[in-house]
Design a protein around this ligand. Sequence first.
Ligand code: COA
Length: 271
Amino acid sequence: MQKTAHKVAVHDPIWVTVRNEAADMAAREPILASFLHATILNHDRFENALSFHLAQKLGSAEVRAMLLRQPFDEAFAADPDIGNAVRADLMAVKERDPACKWLLQPLLYFKGFQALEASRVAHWMWNNGHQAIAMFLQARISEVFGADIHPAARLGRGIMIDHATGVVIGETAVVDDDVSMLHEVTLGGTGKESGDRHPKVRRGAMLGAGAKLLGNIEIGEYSRVGAGSVVLENVPRCVTVAGVPAKIVGTNGCDQPARQMDQRFTDADLS
Ligand SMILES: CC(C)(COP(=O)(O)OP(=O)(O)OC[C@H]1O[C@@H](n2cnc3c(N)ncnc32)[C@H](O)[C@@H]1OP(=O)(O)O)[C@@H](O)C(=O)NCCC(=O)NCCS
């Protein structure tokens, strides 16, 4: 039987770059070649590669990877905006994480990116009559990637979750576009409220490692939350808060803290 060449979507520069990186890596490191072919090079579209790889990661003895591809493929086909958000997230990681040298890295290896993209599919399932599948995905994402993201949480695009381990995002949380957060961030309830009870994080905010944001509070756009802070009250835009409980300690120090990932406090912050 004649082998059909894969028709690669050349109008998708991110996918073309990912494929070129994979081909280059496969040529340099033969022991990774079959993995890179199965995961990247055998696919014609970015969404197909992502669906294959995430299903491989999240499949289990109970629901095999091959079956688990169905929800991914269904969500990607029904809502092309998920693919757009995935691409924006990938570029966000490449721009903001100094440890990210290739676009291929988050796709293959970064738990935060993988958890976020699988959660986008869980969110689609949640909103489209498949809550049981959404809950299964949430549980597997938590087991495999260490990030517990409720499928009802509303997530913008261009988001970076760095390292991911220990991140918790509650049911009524909102994370706007261009937010960055590090490991062990909690967007949780106080335990005293019901209904709409989780934080709303506005555009471009940066949440340091271990920051605990509790309650239906708003973190203003382009603000920064210091590592290890416990935030219990609204935070205005363009400020830095830190401490337990968190207090305003200064201005955000830069125009777009989540993009620049500037986690230093300046003298102005501390005065
Ligand atoms: C500790 C907790 C139960 C306090 O509830 P509470 O007794 O009703 O306290 P209040 O909200 O009335 O706050 C009382 C004071 O303690 C402070 N405070 C509350 N929670 C705090 C915390 N976690 N760390 C430090 N200070 C805290 C408040 O700032 C307030 O200080 P003030 O009197 O100087 O203004 C609650 O804030 C909390 O941390 N719950 C755990 C929630 C959680 O883990 N959620 C994650 C879900 S995924």
